[in-house]
Design a protein around this ligand. Structure first.
Ligand code: SF4
Ligand code: SF4
Ligand code: FES
Length: 228
């Protein structure tokens, strides 16, 4: 029998298997914690920071990523406090500044309350979420791509600049990349300073139809019934 761990998240009593992350526990109970780099079958690396929560201990709280935080007996988690939401909005704002034409990231940003980023749009081709590298390494064990460089020059590349033989052309790296989502056909041309909200309205629709923004499933935590 699996040992269960009891905790509270936003006041709700939660009971999950030992070894579960706080993010997974919240999602199991339909509590909304935005996330981008987390993928259920891959190792969490805490790259995007969107999933931050307050971990309250002895009256003090510590802000930490919930995907890399394992549940502990008696834990008290605040996933949607004002402090968390403000910080999360700033994180989402930075992400959408990096990748303003990714529908997935637009959706996340809108839902985190970003309507007008304060910074110049960078239009990078990568937000360094590591989904591609992890799926390649962990699911296909191909180790065909990896991170190279530091800081602003950090990118995902083939180790020797050309496709290695270990690449099985599965395209999982592309399928799971938030940048692979086609640009929003809303008002997101160069110089635009606001978001159309179209993705948000689509993801609030219970049934998708062909052509809808299905990649918004990247932020699957947003599909919970509990709106904050
Ligand atoms: S297409 Fe190649 S690089 Fe991409 S995940 Fe598959 S094996 Fe890795
Ligand atoms: S290429 Fe895409 S999936 Fe890979 S780290 Fe960059 S944004 Fe993430
Ligand atoms: S840091 Fe937790 S989902 Fe990205």
């Amino acid at each position: 029998m699996h040992h269960k761990v009891n905790l509270t998240i936003d006041g709700a009593s939660i009971s999950v298997a030992k070894g579960t992350s706080v993010l997974e526990a919240a999602l199991q109970y339909a509590i909304c914690i935005p996330h981008l780099c987390h993928m259920p079958t891959l190792t969490d690396i805490g790259a995007c920071r969107l999933c931050i929560v307050e971990n309250v201990q002895n009256g003090k709280s510590k802000i930490t990523a919930s995907c890399t935080l394992l549940v502990q007996e008696g834990m008290v988690i605040r996933a949607n406090s004002e402090q968390v939401r403000n910080l999360r909005r700033n994180i989402a704002e930075l992400l959408v500044t990096q990748a303003p034409n990714s529908r997935a990231i637009q959706d996340i940003a809108v839902r985190c309350g970003v309507t007008k980023p304060r910074f110049s749009l960078r239009r990078d081709d990568c937000v360094l979420c590591g989904r591609c590298v992890r799926v390649c390494n962990e699911l296909y064990q191909a180790h065909a791509i990896g991170f190279v460089g530091r800081g602003k020059n950090r990118r995902v590349k083939y180790p020797l600049e050309e496709k290695p033989e270990s690449c099985v052309m599965c395209r999982a790296c592309v399928t799971l990349c938030p940048m692979a989502v086609t640009p929003c056909d809303g008002p997101m041309d160069a110089g635009e300073e606001y978001f159309c909200g179209k993705c948000e309205s689509i993801t609030l629709t219970p049934q998708y139809s062909v052509g809808d923004c299905i990649r918004c499933d990247l932020g699957e935590g947003f599909h919970c019934s509990r709106q904050t």
